[in-house]
Design a protein around this ligand. Structure first.
Ligand SMILES: NC(=O)c1ccc[n+]([C@@H]2O[C@H](COP(=O)([O-])OP(=O)(O)OC[C@H]3O[C@@H](n4cnc5c(N)ncnc54)[C@H](O)[C@@H]3O)[C@@H](O)[C@H]2O)c1
Ligand SMILES: Nc1nc(=O)c(N)c(NC[C@H](O)[C@H](O)[C@H](O)COP(=O)(O)O)[nH]1
Length: 267
Protein backbone atom coordinates (compact mmCIF):
# COMPACT_ATOMS: atom_id res chain seq x y z
CA UNK A 1 0.00 0.00 0.00
CA UNK A 2 1.16 3.57 -0.71
CA UNK A 3 2.80 5.27 2.24
CA UNK A 4 0.57 7.78 4.03
CA UNK A 5 1.52 11.46 4.12
CA UNK A 6 1.56 13.53 7.30
CA UNK A 7 0.56 17.15 7.63
CA UNK A 8 1.73 19.06 10.73
CA UNK A 9 -1.00 20.22 13.15
CA UNK A 10 0.46 23.76 13.15
CA UNK A 11 0.01 24.00 9.36
CA UNK A 12 -3.51 22.60 9.63
CA UNK A 13 -4.33 25.38 12.12
CA UNK A 14 -3.17 28.01 9.58
CA UNK A 15 -5.49 26.58 6.94
CA UNK A 16 -8.50 26.12 9.21
CA UNK A 17 -10.23 29.46 8.37
CA UNK A 18 -10.00 28.52 4.68
CA UNK A 19 -11.75 25.17 4.96
CA UNK A 20 -15.36 24.01 5.19
CA UNK A 21 -16.51 23.58 8.76
CA UNK A 22 -17.84 20.14 9.73
CA UNK A 23 -20.90 21.74 11.37
CA UNK A 24 -21.71 25.06 9.65
CA UNK A 25 -23.63 27.56 11.83
CA UNK A 26 -26.32 28.18 9.19
CA UNK A 27 -27.87 25.46 7.05
CA UNK A 28 -26.32 25.71 3.59
CA UNK A 29 -28.18 25.73 0.28
CA UNK A 30 -25.14 24.83 -1.84
CA UNK A 31 -21.80 23.11 -1.22
CA UNK A 32 -18.80 24.91 0.22
CA UNK A 33 -16.48 25.23 -2.80
CA UNK A 34 -12.68 25.41 -2.53
CA UNK A 35 -10.73 26.12 -5.71
CA UNK A 36 -7.20 24.80 -5.43
CA UNK A 37 -4.33 24.09 -7.81
CA UNK A 38 -0.55 24.21 -8.13
CA UNK A 39 0.94 26.72 -10.53
CA UNK A 40 4.31 27.81 -11.87
CA UNK A 41 5.53 31.42 -11.86
CA UNK A 42 4.17 31.75 -15.42
CA UNK A 43 0.70 30.56 -14.30
CA UNK A 44 1.09 27.11 -15.85
CA UNK A 45 -0.50 23.97 -14.47
CA UNK A 46 1.46 21.64 -16.73
CA UNK A 47 4.19 21.71 -19.39
CA UNK A 48 1.66 20.98 -22.16
CA UNK A 49 -1.93 19.78 -22.43
CA UNK A 50 -2.03 16.13 -21.47
CA UNK A 51 1.32 16.14 -19.70
CA UNK A 52 1.34 15.34 -16.00
CA UNK A 53 3.73 17.80 -14.37
CA UNK A 54 4.82 17.72 -10.76
CA UNK A 55 4.81 21.21 -9.28
CA UNK A 56 4.08 20.69 -5.58
CA UNK A 57 6.95 19.73 -3.29
CA UNK A 58 6.41 17.18 -0.48
CA UNK A 59 5.02 19.74 2.02
CA UNK A 60 2.41 21.25 -0.29
CA UNK A 61 1.52 17.80 -1.63
CA UNK A 62 0.72 16.72 1.94
CA UNK A 63 -1.32 19.92 2.24
CA UNK A 64 -3.35 18.99 -0.86
CA UNK A 65 -4.14 15.60 0.66
CA UNK A 66 -5.06 17.25 3.94
CA UNK A 67 -7.44 19.56 2.05
CA UNK A 68 -8.90 16.49 0.29
CA UNK A 69 -9.54 14.96 3.72
CA UNK A 70 -11.70 17.98 4.59
CA UNK A 71 -13.98 17.81 1.53
CA UNK A 72 -16.79 15.46 0.58
CA UNK A 73 -15.83 15.60 -3.13
CA UNK A 74 -12.90 16.43 -5.43
CA UNK A 75 -13.73 17.68 -8.91
CA UNK A 76 -11.60 17.56 -12.06
CA UNK A 77 -12.11 17.93 -15.81
CA UNK A 78 -11.97 14.88 -18.06
CA UNK A 79 -8.70 16.04 -19.68
CA UNK A 80 -7.00 15.88 -16.30
CA UNK A 81 -8.37 12.39 -15.73
CA UNK A 82 -7.06 11.23 -19.11
CA UNK A 83 -3.70 13.04 -18.80
CA UNK A 84 -2.84 12.23 -15.19
CA UNK A 85 -4.56 8.91 -14.49
CA UNK A 86 -4.97 10.29 -10.97
CA UNK A 87 -5.71 8.33 -7.81
CA UNK A 88 -8.22 10.94 -6.62
CA UNK A 89 -8.13 9.57 -3.10
CA UNK A 90 -6.84 10.91 0.18
CA UNK A 91 -3.51 9.54 1.38
CA UNK A 92 -3.01 11.40 4.67
CA UNK A 93 -2.79 9.94 8.16
CA UNK A 94 -5.97 10.36 10.18
CA UNK A 95 -8.37 10.86 7.25
CA UNK A 96 -11.82 9.85 8.48
CA UNK A 97 -13.29 9.22 5.03
CA UNK A 98 -12.48 9.33 1.32
CA UNK A 99 -13.68 12.13 -0.97
CA UNK A 100 -16.01 11.36 -3.89
CA UNK A 101 -14.24 12.03 -7.23
CA UNK A 102 -16.38 14.10 -9.60
CA UNK A 103 -15.43 14.07 -13.30
CA UNK A 104 -16.75 16.78 -15.62
CA UNK A 105 -17.10 14.92 -18.91
CA UNK A 106 -19.85 16.52 -21.05
CA UNK A 107 -19.07 14.52 -24.23
CA UNK A 108 -18.15 11.24 -22.50
CA UNK A 109 -14.50 11.20 -23.58
CA UNK A 110 -13.57 8.83 -20.73
CA UNK A 111 -14.39 5.16 -21.21
CA UNK A 112 -14.00 3.58 -17.76
CA UNK A 113 -11.68 0.58 -17.66
CA UNK A 114 -11.12 -1.76 -14.69
CA UNK A 115 -7.38 -0.96 -14.95
CA UNK A 116 -7.96 2.78 -14.35
CA UNK A 117 -6.23 3.73 -11.11
CA UNK A 118 -9.31 5.42 -9.69
CA UNK A 119 -11.38 2.23 -10.16
CA UNK A 120 -8.60 -0.03 -8.90
CA UNK A 121 -8.41 2.03 -5.68
CA UNK A 122 -12.20 1.87 -5.29
CA UNK A 123 -12.03 -1.95 -5.55
CA UNK A 124 -9.31 -1.99 -2.88
CA UNK A 125 -11.40 0.23 -0.59
CA UNK A 126 -8.73 2.97 -0.75
CA UNK A 127 -10.95 5.50 -2.49
CA UNK A 128 -14.39 6.03 -3.98
CA UNK A 129 -15.50 5.49 -7.57
CA UNK A 130 -16.31 8.64 -9.51
CA UNK A 131 -19.58 10.35 -10.28
CA UNK A 132 -19.31 11.44 -13.93
CA UNK A 133 -21.28 14.56 -14.87
CA UNK A 134 -22.16 14.35 -18.55
CA UNK A 135 -24.25 16.11 -21.16
CA UNK A 136 -25.15 12.73 -22.71
CA UNK A 137 -28.73 11.74 -21.95
CA UNK A 138 -29.36 8.71 -19.71
CA UNK A 139 -30.80 6.54 -22.53
CA UNK A 140 -27.71 7.16 -24.71
CA UNK A 141 -25.11 6.14 -22.10
CA UNK A 142 -23.04 3.04 -23.01
CA UNK A 143 -24.44 0.14 -20.97
CA UNK A 144 -21.05 -1.47 -20.29
CA UNK A 145 -19.64 1.77 -18.84
CA UNK A 146 -22.76 2.34 -16.73
CA UNK A 147 -22.47 -1.19 -15.34
CA UNK A 148 -18.71 -0.91 -14.65
CA UNK A 149 -19.06 2.39 -12.81
CA UNK A 150 -22.01 1.10 -10.79
CA UNK A 151 -20.15 -2.10 -9.82
CA UNK A 152 -17.52 0.15 -8.26
CA UNK A 153 -20.06 2.40 -6.51
CA UNK A 154 -19.88 5.26 -9.01
CA UNK A 155 -22.41 6.49 -11.54
CA UNK A 156 -23.18 8.85 -14.41
CA UNK A 157 -25.22 11.96 -13.71
CA UNK A 158 -26.69 13.40 -16.93
CA UNK A 159 -26.90 17.17 -16.75
CA UNK A 160 -28.38 19.90 -18.93
CA UNK A 161 -25.65 21.61 -20.94
CA UNK A 162 -25.49 24.52 -23.37
CA UNK A 163 -23.73 24.04 -26.69
CA UNK A 164 -21.55 26.80 -28.04
CA UNK A 165 -19.50 27.56 -31.13
CA UNK A 166 -19.33 25.65 -34.42
CA UNK A 167 -17.82 22.62 -32.62
CA UNK A 168 -21.02 22.27 -30.56
CA UNK A 169 -18.86 22.09 -27.40
CA UNK A 170 -21.12 21.46 -24.40
CA UNK A 171 -20.73 23.60 -21.32
CA UNK A 172 -22.32 23.28 -17.87
CA UNK A 173 -23.46 26.19 -15.77
CA UNK A 174 -21.54 25.88 -12.47
CA UNK A 175 -24.72 26.76 -10.53
CA UNK A 176 -26.29 23.61 -11.99
CA UNK A 177 -23.19 21.49 -11.25
CA UNK A 178 -23.00 22.49 -7.58
CA UNK A 179 -26.76 22.26 -7.18
CA UNK A 180 -26.77 18.65 -8.38
CA UNK A 181 -23.81 17.77 -6.14
CA UNK A 182 -25.59 19.33 -3.16
CA UNK A 183 -28.65 17.21 -3.91
CA UNK A 184 -26.33 14.17 -3.91
CA UNK A 185 -25.51 15.07 -0.29
CA UNK A 186 -22.02 16.40 -1.10
CA UNK A 187 -21.69 19.45 1.16
CA UNK A 188 -18.13 20.44 0.22
CA UNK A 189 -16.32 20.28 -3.12
CA UNK A 190 -12.61 20.79 -3.79
CA UNK A 191 -12.09 21.83 -7.42
CA UNK A 192 -8.58 20.73 -8.50
CA UNK A 193 -8.47 21.66 -12.19
CA UNK A 194 -7.34 21.55 -14.90
CA UNK A 195 -7.04 24.79 -16.81
CA UNK A 196 -10.38 24.84 -18.60
CA UNK A 197 -12.26 23.98 -15.44
CA UNK A 198 -10.51 26.71 -13.42
CA UNK A 199 -10.77 29.39 -16.13
CA UNK A 200 -14.48 28.77 -16.62
CA UNK A 201 -15.17 28.74 -12.86
CA UNK A 202 -13.31 32.07 -12.52
CA UNK A 203 -15.83 33.84 -14.79
CA UNK A 204 -17.36 36.70 -12.75
CA UNK A 205 -20.87 35.19 -12.82
CA UNK A 206 -19.58 32.23 -10.79
CA UNK A 207 -17.48 34.09 -8.21
CA UNK A 208 -20.25 33.94 -5.60
CA UNK A 209 -20.08 30.13 -5.74
CA UNK A 210 -16.42 29.98 -4.66
CA UNK A 211 -15.84 30.12 -0.91
CA UNK A 212 -12.09 29.69 -0.73
CA UNK A 213 -9.07 29.73 -3.04
CA UNK A 214 -5.83 27.93 -2.13
CA UNK A 215 -3.01 28.12 -4.70
CA UNK A 216 0.38 26.44 -4.42
CA UNK A 217 3.03 28.46 -6.25
CA UNK A 218 6.17 26.53 -7.17
CA UNK A 219 9.45 28.38 -7.84
CA UNK A 220 9.70 27.42 -11.51
CA UNK A 221 8.82 28.73 -14.94
CA UNK A 222 7.38 25.98 -17.15
CA UNK A 223 7.68 28.05 -20.33
CA UNK A 224 5.26 28.69 -23.17
CA UNK A 225 2.93 26.00 -24.43
CA UNK A 226 1.64 24.96 -21.03
CA UNK A 227 -1.90 24.79 -19.65
CA UNK A 228 -2.33 28.28 -18.23
CA UNK A 229 -4.69 29.69 -15.60
CA UNK A 230 -5.86 32.94 -17.17
CA UNK A 231 -9.60 33.61 -17.12
CA UNK A 232 -11.32 35.54 -19.94
CA UNK A 233 -10.64 39.27 -19.79
CA UNK A 234 -13.50 41.59 -18.83
CA UNK A 235 -14.28 45.27 -19.40
CA UNK A 236 -16.17 47.86 -17.42
CA UNK A 237 -19.27 49.66 -18.75
CA UNK A 238 -17.00 52.18 -20.56
CA UNK A 239 -15.20 49.34 -22.34
CA UNK A 240 -11.99 49.70 -20.30
CA UNK A 241 -10.28 46.38 -19.43
CA UNK A 242 -10.42 45.55 -15.71
CA UNK A 243 -8.91 42.65 -13.71
CA UNK A 244 -10.78 39.40 -14.25
CA UNK A 245 -10.62 38.56 -10.55
CA UNK A 246 -8.74 39.69 -7.45
CA UNK A 247 -8.36 38.00 -4.09
CA UNK A 248 -9.10 39.60 -0.73
CA UNK A 249 -8.44 38.37 2.82
CA UNK A 250 -5.10 37.11 1.52
CA UNK A 251 -2.51 35.10 3.43
CA UNK A 252 0.77 33.53 2.27
CA UNK A 253 2.27 30.41 3.82
CA UNK A 254 5.66 28.92 2.90
CA UNK A 255 5.73 25.11 2.54
CA UNK A 256 9.27 23.95 1.80
CA UNK A 257 10.29 25.63 -1.48
CA UNK A 258 6.67 26.44 -2.41
CA UNK A 259 4.43 29.20 -1.16
CA UNK A 260 0.71 28.70 -0.63
CA UNK A 261 -1.60 31.64 -1.30
CA UNK A 262 -5.04 31.65 0.33
CA UNK A 263 -7.80 34.14 -0.36
CA UNK A 264 -11.41 34.84 -1.21
CA UNK A 265 -13.16 36.35 -4.21
CA UNK A 266 -15.88 38.04 -2.18
CA UNK A 267 -16.29 39.29 1.41
N1 LIG B 1 -1.05 21.80 -11.41
C1 LIG B 1 -2.28 21.46 -11.05
O1 LIG B 1 -2.74 21.77 -9.94
C2 LIG B 1 -3.13 20.72 -12.04
C3 LIG B 1 -4.44 20.39 -11.65
C4 LIG B 1 -5.24 19.73 -12.57
C5 LIG B 1 -4.76 19.44 -13.83
N2 LIG B 1 -3.51 19.79 -14.17
C6 LIG B 1 -3.03 19.58 -15.55
O2 LIG B 1 -3.89 20.32 -16.41
C7 LIG B 1 -3.98 19.65 -17.67
C8 LIG B 1 -5.44 19.46 -18.02
O3 LIG B 1 -6.08 20.72 -18.08
P1 LIG B 1 -7.02 21.09 -19.34
O4 LIG B 1 -7.33 22.54 -19.26
O5 LIG B 1 -6.39 20.57 -20.57
O6 LIG B 1 -8.31 20.22 -19.07
P2 LIG B 1 -9.39 20.08 -17.89
O7 LIG B 1 -8.92 19.08 -16.91
O8 LIG B 1 -9.81 21.42 -17.40
O9 LIG B 1 -10.58 19.37 -18.69
C9 LIG B 1 -11.12 20.03 -19.81
C10 LIG B 1 -12.42 19.38 -20.18
O10 LIG B 1 -13.32 19.52 -19.09
C11 LIG B 1 -14.62 19.78 -19.58
N3 LIG B 1 -15.02 21.12 -19.07
C12 LIG B 1 -14.26 22.11 -18.59
N4 LIG B 1 -15.02 23.15 -18.18
C13 LIG B 1 -16.31 22.77 -18.42
C14 LIG B 1 -17.58 23.39 -18.22
N5 LIG B 1 -17.71 24.60 -17.67
N6 LIG B 1 -18.68 22.69 -18.61
C15 LIG B 1 -18.58 21.47 -19.15
N7 LIG B 1 -17.42 20.84 -19.36
C16 LIG B 1 -16.30 21.49 -19.01
C17 LIG B 1 -14.55 19.76 -21.10
O11 LIG B 1 -14.84 18.46 -21.52
C18 LIG B 1 -13.10 20.07 -21.36
O12 LIG B 1 -12.64 19.53 -22.58
C19 LIG B 1 -3.25 18.34 -17.54
O13 LIG B 1 -2.00 18.45 -18.19
C20 LIG B 1 -3.09 18.16 -16.03
O14 LIG B 1 -1.91 17.47 -15.75
C21 LIG B 1 -2.68 20.41 -13.30
N1 LIG C 1 -1.56 20.09 -5.96
C1 LIG C 1 -1.06 19.63 -7.12
N2 LIG C 1 0.25 19.70 -7.35
C2 LIG C 1 0.79 19.27 -8.51
O1 LIG C 1 2.02 19.36 -8.68
C3 LIG C 1 -0.08 18.73 -9.51
N3 LIG C 1 0.43 18.27 -10.68
C4 LIG C 1 -1.44 18.66 -9.23
N4 LIG C 1 -2.30 18.13 -10.12
C5 LIG C 1 -3.69 18.01 -9.72
C6 LIG C 1 -4.43 17.04 -10.54
O2 LIG C 1 -5.79 16.90 -10.09
C7 LIG C 1 -3.81 15.68 -10.50
O3 LIG C 1 -4.55 14.89 -11.36
C8 LIG C 1 -3.85 15.10 -9.14
O4 LIG C 1 -3.02 15.83 -8.28
C9 LIG C 1 -3.40 13.70 -9.16
O5 LIG C 1 -3.09 13.38 -7.88
P1 LIG C 1 -3.38 11.94 -7.31
O6 LIG C 1 -2.85 10.94 -8.29
O7 LIG C 1 -4.86 11.83 -7.11
O8 LIG C 1 -2.64 12.02 -6.02
N5 LIG C 1 -1.90 19.15 -8.05
Amino acid sequence: MTELLTFPAASATLLEPRLPQPKPSTSPSRPFVTLTFATSLDSSLSLAPGVRTRLSGPGSKAMTHYIRSRHAAILIGVSTLIADSPSLNCRITGAASQPRPIIIDPHLRWTPNPADKVLELARLGHGLAPFVLTGVEAQSLPAASVALLEQHGGKYIPLAATSSGPSGRMRFDWHVVFDVLFREGLLSVMVEGGGQIINSLLEPRFHALIDSIIVTIAPTWLGQGGVVVSPSGIRDSAGIPIPAARLSDVSWHPFGEDVVLCGKLHP
